[in-house]
Ligand binder design. Structure first.
Ligand SMILES: Cc1cc2nc3c(=O)[nH]c(=O)nc-3n(C[C@H](O)[C@H](O)[C@H](O)COP(=O)(O)OP(=O)(O)OC[C@H]3O[C@@H](n4cnc5c(N)ncnc54)[C@H](O)[C@@H]3O)c2cc1C
Length: 601
């Protein structure tokens, strides 16, 4: 790992942060301090703080710094980085490593190495490599006392740049793995917790995750204990961070609900540094807020207990469809329209999963390069005959086009375990992007996909043009499992509960894109593609973790009718707005000034 634990006095000098120096700008009222400000902590302050976190304060530096001319230039070290550069799990090993290169302050652009300057960009200047909840508490208190901008990073895979921040102090959670994982059969609540109905909160099993493990870690643990954990398709995501707290869809969601619905208890470090337990019976308003209302907003979660389920067989269908020629693309889109109409019906028949499609992308979110459509769905505890009975008639409707306009393929597989299903059909290591990405998304209910005319119009507008690198993901998680979560205290946008499809549009750009190119892509995603999704389903909303970072109405779209409850929790648990992240609840009270400083509006 490149970032070194610098003596703090040296780090402070590097950062130019000497409190009280004449000539330093005085921060604007209501702005967080940056290293350029007179209010930035003194070397002595940093040294004392470093002692309080057992010497785990790090001066951050870009991963690719050795590739750039300057005192750190080191061609051999740079060459050693290149093979791993597109591996997001590699970048996650660094305090300022991110899955999307547009957040990386210095990219490895070519193997011929750069000669241009490399700096931290909009990223944290110092990080606490937190190993314990006490380190997290100390960092939270220090940031509050010194008026610092805080960033919280577990993995850095976030699509909306929410785990970084200009001039900030980062709480880096990757190495906080204090107490391992513990299986409870059945779940034992820390305090007795009986629902108003008289039922215990959860009569099944649970896994305690003590620290910022990834889902790959949790899947291994669950599998070795014959259990199923509800997590994402990509295992590099944090098991206690933004995914879980933002809602979290899964290949198991149609059966068991969203990841946030699995949360039984959590330990949270609050803005005043206190470590509290939260559950349906302890701090229930905070509990509801972190069950879908967003990471990085209400506090820092250091451990969780989540529901787990005994292993179960899964009967699966894999269906793919490709346009034979460019002239067949209209029929290809008609065929996708046809499939959209059946999605609610398929999900109500007990199947859940994902469908990815694209016309012209070479690195789509799911499935092969376009023009192609790729669907994987599984039914828990069903026979192959049952899945055939659901899916065969749908395929039959498209069969006349097979070999004429489309190339169709369908296969059915029975897996004795969910773990076998998941590892065979999902769970690949998705490459980091050599560039950036902009997303938009929308929840679609049965009524929104029943009429083929508006669906076809939406598909036409969102499919993308040649050269646009547009890809589409239909999250087919809904039905009974997701609806059931509505009855529990939840911060998830209630619009998700009645949806069958979370429809996602993504556009990527290369690292060579100009600022104007990137602006044009964002504008297209918001004003054209996002608008087309909204026109189809104006009464629903959007998924905050896979939504539009530039959505002008993000509060309504991301949080829906849960917003008043989330705002009340924010006001109660973080009244001064210490926990800021773009598009998070409370972020509307802050903006960055021309120098990048975060200021109260
Ligand atoms: C390749 C890929 C696949 C994905 N697949 C899925 C999927 O299958 N289902 C799905 O629902 N989403 C998926 N996502 C989106 C995912 O939910 C978000 O990227 C999510 O923000 C990741 O959370 P993280 O904590 O790992 O990321 P980070 O970038 O580390 O953090 C994201 C946010 O959470 C906050 N945070 C992190 N840890 C904590 C903590 N312990 N306490 C409080 N706040 C915290 C951060 O401050 C930030 O605001 C995917 C994303 C990618 C890039």
């Amino acid at each position: 790992m490149r970032s070194s634990r610098l003596p703090v006095a040296v780090a402070s000098i590097l950062l130019g942060g000497i409190s009280g120096d004449a000539g330093l700008p005085v921060p604007s009222p209501g702005c967080k301090s940056t290293p350029a400000d007179v209010g930035w902590p003194s070397p002595n302050d940093w040294a004392n703080f470093n002692l309080s976190v057992n010497g785990r304060l790090i001066a951050t530096s870009p991963i690719a710094l050795p590739c750039y001319q300057g005192p750190n230039y080191n061609p051999a070290a740079c060459a050693a980085l290149i093979p791993s550069w597109n591996d997001p799990t590699f970048r996650a090993q660094f305090p300022i490593g991110y899955s999307f290169s547009d957040l990386e302050p210095c990219d490895i652009i070519t193997s011929a190495f750069n000669t241009t300057a490399c700096s931290l960009g909009n990223n944290p200047v110092l990080a606490v490599d937190a190993a314990t909840a006490d380190h997290v508490s100390a960092a939270v208190l220090f940031a509050a006392q010194k008026n610092l901008r805080l960033s919280i990073k577990a993995t850095g895979v976030d699509y909306l740049s929410r785990s970084t921040g200009f001039g900030s102090l980062e709480i880096w959670l990757r190495n906080m793995r204090e107490g391992g994982m513990v299986l409870e059969i059945p779940y034992q609540p820390q305090q007795p917790c009986i629902l108003p109905s008289g039922q215990p909160l959860w009569a099944g099993d649970s896994i305690t995750i003590n620290g910022s493990y990834t889902w790959s870690d949790v899947y291994s643990f669950a599998q070795s204990n014959g259990q199923i954990a509800v997590g994402p398709a990509y295992g590099g995501i944090s098991a206690i961070g933004g995914y879980l707290q933002g809602g979290g869809h899964s290949a198991a969601s149609a059966q068991y609900g969203l990841a946030a619905d699995q949360l039984l208890e959590a330990t949270v470090v609050l803005a005043n540094g206190a470590q509290v337990t939260t559950s349906a019976c302890q701090n229930p308003d905070l509990f509801a807020a972190i069950r879908g209302g967003g990471g990085g907003t209400f506090g820092i979660v250091t451990s969780v207990k989540v529901k787990s389920y005994p292993e179960t067989p899964v009967a699966a269908v894999v269906f793919s469809m490709a346009a034979l020629t460019g002239n067949d693309i209209p029929l290809f889109l008609d065929s996708i329209t046809y499939l959209y109409q059946y999605f609610p019906w398929i999900i109500e028949a007990g199947l859940g999963g994902y469908a990815g499609w694209n016309l012209y992308d070479t690195q789509p979110m799911f499935g092969p390069a376009g023009p192609s459509f790729y669907l994987v769905m599984g039914a828990f505890n069903q026979t192959l005959a049952q899945v055939h009975a659901t899916f065969d008639p749908i395929v039959a409707g498209l069969t006349p086009l097979n070999g004429v306009n489309l190339n169709l393929s369908v296969s059915y597989n029975y897996f004795p375990t969910y773990a076998g299903y998941f590892s065979s059909l999902f769970g690949t290591n998705i490459p980091a992007s050599a560039g950036g990405i902009a997303l938009t998304s929308r929840f679609l209910g049965a009524a929104h996909v029943s009429d083929p005319v508006p669906v076809r119009q939406m598909l036409n507008t969102t499919a993308g043009l040649p050269g646009q690198r547009t890809s589409r993901l239909a999250v087919l998680a809904g039905g009974l499992g997701v609806r059931a979560g509505a009855s529990q205290s939840s911060g998830v946008n209630p619009a998700w509960r009645n949806a069958y499809v979370l429809d996602i549009v993504a556009r990527r750009w290369e690292h060579t894109a100009t600022a104007a190119d990137v602006e044009a892509i964002h504008s297209d995603v918001t004003a054209v593609k996002g608008a087309a999704l909204t026109a189809l389903a104006p009464d629903t909303g959007s998924y905050p973790n896979e939504g539009d970072a530039r959505d002008p109405t993000f509060l309504a779209n991301f949080y829906g009718t849960a917003l008043p409850m989330l705002e009340a929790a924010k006001a109660k648990y973080d009244p001064s707005g210490l926990f800021y992240c773009p598009t998070c609840v409370g972020s509307e009270f802050w903006s960055e000034d021309a120098t990048g400083r975060l200021c109260h509006v």
